[in-house]
Design a protein around this ligand. Structure first.
Ligand code: NDP
Length: 478
């Protein structure tokens, strides 16, 4: 069989891919060896900036199938009963770099892209229903504490606990992170949460607030710190092996999609701020409503092209799904798309993995890597409004007005917020063994941290539940 001819990137046939062009067998290389220089130049450019957070990830394609009728809440085409939507999931750790070990204790990213007929809907959540902060101004500070110390280039328990103990809104998420669920065995054995409050809008243009949940059908499974150290000693790629390998073997993981719904009127009367990312909506008050099932069933052909270049952004929503006053969500709406423009370039949404599967019509112009042609009518329609049948807005997709009240000011986000009840509820939900592992995980994580910082943090555990503080004290040998 004749082999395909190797070419340069310009398509010129390559006569020799084994030997450089040199002056004599022992001689120096000639600059004229364009194949050699192209090969080296390309290698030099193979890396793009890794994500500042969520750098290490694993992903697969699948399908979202809607099995229940939730049209009373949303008109989104991809959420109507019977709809099947192709999708991409990318799971990740938060703090570790691109080469970090998969099985470390950390929050897991749970990012979903649904290629709907009305454009991409990205739900960029975590395996936790809450987060460490409620004001986005604190996000860069928080992430600094999770990354490397500028002098030692080591991760710093002191920085983490200093920040956390000074930011009691983090207690709920710390309790999850240090519980069994902080170290899932595989990406298949954890839940996913949209985390933020979003909105749903129905065909009558009525809005409700919503939380999205994806409950694993594989069951929860977690490693203790000792087990994860042993796993990492064997393989640093535990998640990639289990997700990629499972799908190659025809094992297709599934999650049940559910929502919680709150009316605009109910939102005015909850004991907690329903737009506070450090809070859940208790199931007893806001029961889970079945929606459908998500299945992952296809591995990407090329990890870099399809997972490293996958760009998820909470700003991608479809008619029938909207944002909410959650401050952190609003900052992410800006920040994620901005990060992708920096990492991947202006036209990152045109890359095959990110490209919507529906027609795209916009007037954004040129820029680096403009490799696509707008496919709308006349070439004279390159501004708007125009008389040449160019794309125009569709007012039927306008959301209902959102009533806002209050004076513009910098409100102290720590005033009047109860940071302890829900963290305590989670603690009290754990059985004695689970609480014991929580205490010892916390004591491990606090090793080497100055005592005044530990004391400050212990006071937070005490406020969540006296038994919580007492257990950690005992584990610390205090
Ligand atoms: P419920 O008893 O109705 O629900 C408890 C929830 O906690 C379940 O969703 C369960 O997930 C989840 N869970 C169990 N162990 C852990 C853990 N170690 N880390 C994180 N989640 C865990 O109680 P409420 O709704 O009244 O909430 C009580 C507490 O449960 C909350 O304060 C919150 O910390 C936690 N929680 C609540 C969620 C919510 O949306 N209401 C979501 C997740 C956690 P599963 O069913 O998959 O086992």
């Amino acid at each position: 069989m004749t082999k395909t001819t190797l070419t340069t990137s310009a398509g010129n046939p390559v006569p020799d891919n084994q030997n450089s062009l040199t002056a004599g067998a022992r001689g120096p290389v000639l600059l004229q060896d364009v194949h050699l220089t192209e090969k080296l130049a390309h290698q030099n450019r193979e890396r793009i900036p890794e994500r500042v957070v969520h750098a290490k990830g694993w992903g697969a394609y699948g399908t979202l199938t809607i099995t229940e009728d939730i049209s009373q809440y949303t008109k989104a085409a991809c959420l109507q009963k019977g709809a099947q939507t192709e999708m991409l999931a990318r799971f990740s750790t938060v703090a570790g770099e691109l080469g970090a070990a998969d099985n470390e204790r950390d929050v897991r990213g749970f990012a979903l892209k649904f290629y709907s007929s009305e454009g991409n809907w990205d739900l960029v959540g975590n395996n936790t229903p809450v987060f460490f902060i409620r004001d986005p101004l604190k996000f860069p500070d928080f992430i600094r504490t999770q990354k490397r110390h500028p002098k030692s280039n080591l991760r710093s328990g002191t920085a983490m606990w200093d920040f956390w103990s000074l930011s009691p809104e983090s207690l709920h998420q710390i309790t999850i992170l240090m519980s069994d669920r902080g170290c899932p065995q595989t990406p298949m054995q954890m839940n996913g949460y949209g985390s933020h409050t979003f909105s749903l809008i129905n065909a009558e243009n009525e809005r409700v607030w919503v939380k999205f949940h994806f409950k694993t059908r594989q069951g929860h499974a977690h490693y203790t710190n000792a087990e994860s150290a042993e796993v990492i000693g064997r393989t640093r790629e535990g998640y990639q092996e289990s997700l990629f390998g499972g799908i190659e073997n025809g094992e297709f993981p599934k999650w049940d999609m559910k929502i919680q719904v709150m009316t605009e009127e109910q939102a005015k009367h909850t004991a907690f701020n329903p737009f506070d990312l450090t809070k859940v909506w208790p199931h007893g008050e806001f029961p889970l409503i079945d929606v459908g099932v998500m299945e992952l069933n296809r591995n990407p052909e090329n990890y870099f092209a399809e997972i490293e270049q996958a760009a998820f952004s909470p700003s991608n929503i479809v008619p029938g799904i909207g944002f909410s006053p959650d401050k952190v969500l609003q900052a992410r709406i800006f920040s994620y798309a901005d990060a992708h423009r920096y990492r991947l370039g202006t036209h990152y949404e045109a890359l095959p993995v990110n490209a919507p599967r529906c027609p795209v019509h916009h007037y954004h112009k040129d820029g680096s890597m403009r490799f696509f042609e707008p496919k709308h009518g006349s070439s004279d329609a390159y501004y708007e409004p125009n008389s040449f049948d160019g794309p125009a807005e569709a007012p039927q997709h306008a959301e209902p007005a959102l009533p806002l009240d209050g004076d513009a000011d910098r409100y102290n986000h720590r005033d009047g917020n109860d940071d302890y009840t829900q963290a305590g509820n989670l603690f009290r939900l754990m059985n004695a063994e689970q609480q014991g592992r929580l205490f010892s995980n916390l004591a491990d994580a606090m090793g080497g941290v100055p005592s005044e910082i530990i004391e400050r943090q212990l006071a937070h555990f005490d406020q969540a539940d006296p038994a919580y503080g007492a257990g950690v004290r005992k584990a610390l040998g205090l």
